[in-house]
Design a binder for this molecule. Structure first.
Ligand SMILES: Nc1ncnc2c1ncn2[C@@H]1O[C@H](COP(=O)(O)OP(=O)(O)OP(=O)(O)O)[C@@H](O)[C@H]1O
Ligand SMILES: [Mg+2]
Length: 373
């Protein structure tokens, strides 16, 4: 093989197969030729690209032509696609109207980077272990908190229930004796203890949900009676706010297997919300009926309604909307989220239709399955 041909073959091999960044630029710095490795490193075709586009921290006043003349060596960091920039030591040669750059990776630097990366990986796994430890600790604390709230709420339920029941008996007695002052005091006690009782019950249910231990105590139930009972429970509260409760039943509801206490909680939450947000003189309409294979109970009020952008807050625990109760009442923001979870657990669904300035309708729909015999 003639010498020229050998040299040409060698150049081809070096261009195609070596791990050298070889680039030939014109005097303006535009790359005219690039080795395969250079393009692989850059992750793109380099011909036509200006050298300054791939050199990181390129010093504008770096006189490559002068360096080339001096047969200079220059450290340059190149950016690559999909990986970190790397530093190369370039040998720069002036070839007339072209400049030749032959760059070799700096192995010490690569090793240093690798060592750094290893150290970082070590630190990340230490942090990860610490995170896991803290998560476990946090889970333990959450569990402890839930148990604490659970025990407290459970122990409060009976005495508060006692006060709630007794205050109503005392109110009725005072009323029959014509002792209005005492009747009013007992009514207030009955109302406040009613609030406390709902809160305690909501907390207990929230904890059951949180710990994934919600167990429905399904039993054959008379839904008509449940609705009527929830209406009765809220009558006094409504009367004291000058709100009327109207119960409309299109037909009698089928007996169904459900958790009576929890469904009572749902209805109580919906009715007490409707009363809370109804202006004095308004009527809250509770309707019950069947539709296809579902029982539908809805609670409609002519309160302020809920702005559409605030709807996502409704069923989120502890969130309340900006809507104000005309009676200045506040809540914990638990009721609806719990009501929804209970309805979901029964395989049913809850819907809200609301319009600002008109009112809201909350509808519970429960599938009539396993009818009790
Ligand atoms: N009928 C309604 N009309 C207007 N806004 C309502 C109505 N029902 C609920 N909301 C809004 O949804 C929020 C959440 O209701 P939710 O029953 O979950 O909590 P709460 O009534 O504030 O407190 P809790 O029921 O725990 O005592 C309420 O604070 C209120 O902003
Ligand atoms: Mg509520």
């Amino acid at each position: 093989m003639p010498e020229e041909a050998i040299k040409s073959r060698m150049t081809d091999l070096v261009f195609e197969q070596s791990s050298l960044v070889i680039m030939v630029t014109d005097r303006q710095g535009v790359i005219r030729e690039a080795s395969r490795y250079a393009e692989e490193f850059a992750g793109r075709r380099l011909v036509g690209v200006n050298l300054t586009d791939i050199v990181v921290d390129f010093e504008a006043d770096l006189d490559l032509a002068r360096l080339a003349l001096e047969g200079g060596r220059q450290l340059m960091t190149l950016s690559g696609a999909g990986h970190n920039p790397e530093s190369f030591e370039f040998k720069i040669s002036d070839c007339g109207d072209r400049i030749l750059y032959v760059g070799e990776i700096l192995h010490e630097e690569r090793e240093a980077l690798r060592a750094h990366l290893l150290r970082l990986t070590g630190e990340v796994s230490d942090l990860n272990r610490e995170l896991q430890r803290r998560t476990a600790e946090l889970e333990r604390l959450v569990e402890l908190k839930s148990r604490f709230i659970g025990v407290t709420a459970h122990d409060l339920r009976n005495p508060i229930g006692g006060i709630h029941g007794m205050s109503e008996v005392l109110r009725q007695e005072a009323e029959t004796e014509g002792d209005d002052a005492h009747a009013e005091v007992f009514a207030m006690m009955h109302e406040s203890s009613g609030f406390m009782l709902s809160l305690v019950e909501d907390l207990l249910t929230a904890i059951e949900f949180e710990s994934g231990q919600l167990r429905l105590n399904l039993e054959p139930a008379d839904l008509d009676e449940l609705v009527a009972s929830a209406v009765r429970l809220n009558r006094l509260l409504a009367a004291r706010r000058g709100v009327e409760l109207a119960l409309r039943r299109s037909e009698s509801l089928p007996r169904m297997r459900l958790d009576r206490m929890k469904l009572h909680q749902v209805l109580n939450n919906l009715i007490s919300n409707a009363v809370k947000f109804s202006p004095t003189g308004a009527t809250v309409v509770i309707s019950a009926g069947t539709e296809n294979d579902s029982v539908i109970v809805s609670v409609a009020d002519s309160g302020p309604g809920i702005p559409p952008e605030e709807l996502p807050k409704l069923f989120t625990p502890f969130l309340r909307t900006t809507v104000m109760s005309p009676h200045g009442e506040k809540g914990t923001g638990l009721g609806l989220s719990i009501a929804k979870s209970i309805v979901d657990a029964h395989g049913g669904c809850m819907r809200v239709d609301t319009e600002v300035g008109i009112g809201s309708i909350f509808t519970v729909s429960l599938p009539v399955r396993q009818p009790a015999v």
